[in-house]
Design a protein around this ligand. Structure first.
Ligand code: ATP
Length: 142
């Protein structure tokens, strides 16, 4: 088992409150500039997050990573504490797959309609909605 000084405390908060807290030997996030792996004693960093998953390694090596779907936001890391602030975040087991499937279909319909109407603003909004739905489905492994 890793010693506590070699662990990162991860906390994920949304407007609904704290959705996740744990200690980890490594976390992997996707910032808008690409993937960012954070190990203990990493230099301080602050980065905007993409709509993507966050992977949190478990202390026990044979355990599956925790996977969390986050909808943008940012990560701030210093002194071995990673704080993630996101508009929404769902743990893998909390994702309602039927809801995400419906959101995907709705977003695809909106994209088609916006393309026909050449409505760029609506197209951009619908593409973001599709990304949120696909991210949830991906994290739920569907
Ligand atoms: P929907 O159209 O289904 O509401 P959305 O992408 O518009 O999806 P958000 O605005 O990103 O939803 O999120 C609103 C709230 O609902 C957040 O608290 C988020 O965590 C939760 N949420 C959204 N979709 C799901 C899902 N598929 N499973 C679990 N929670 C979800």
């Amino acid at each position: 088992m890793a010693d506590n000084a070699n662990l990162i405390t991860v906390s994920i908060v949304t407007p609904d409150g704290q959705v996740y807290e744990s200690k980890t030997p490594m976390l992997i996030v996707r910032s808008i500039n690409g993937e960012l792996g954070i190990l203990p004693n990493h230099m301080p960093v602050i980065a905007s997050l993409a709509i993507d998953e966050i992977r949190i390694k478990q202390i026990e090596k044979d355990q599956e990573d925790d996977e969390i779907a986050v909808n943008g936001g940012f990560v701030e890391f210093s002194d071995n504490v990673a704080t993630i602030v996101a508009d929404s975040a769902e743990r893998q087991n909390d994702i309602d797959v039927a809801r995400a499937e419906n959101a995907r279909k709705r977003a695809e319909g909106r994209i088609q309609e916006a393309q026909q109407k050449h409505d760029d603003a609506e197209l951009a909004r619908a593409q973001v909605a599709l990304r949120r739905a696909m991210n949830r489905l991906h994290v739920a492994h569907r």
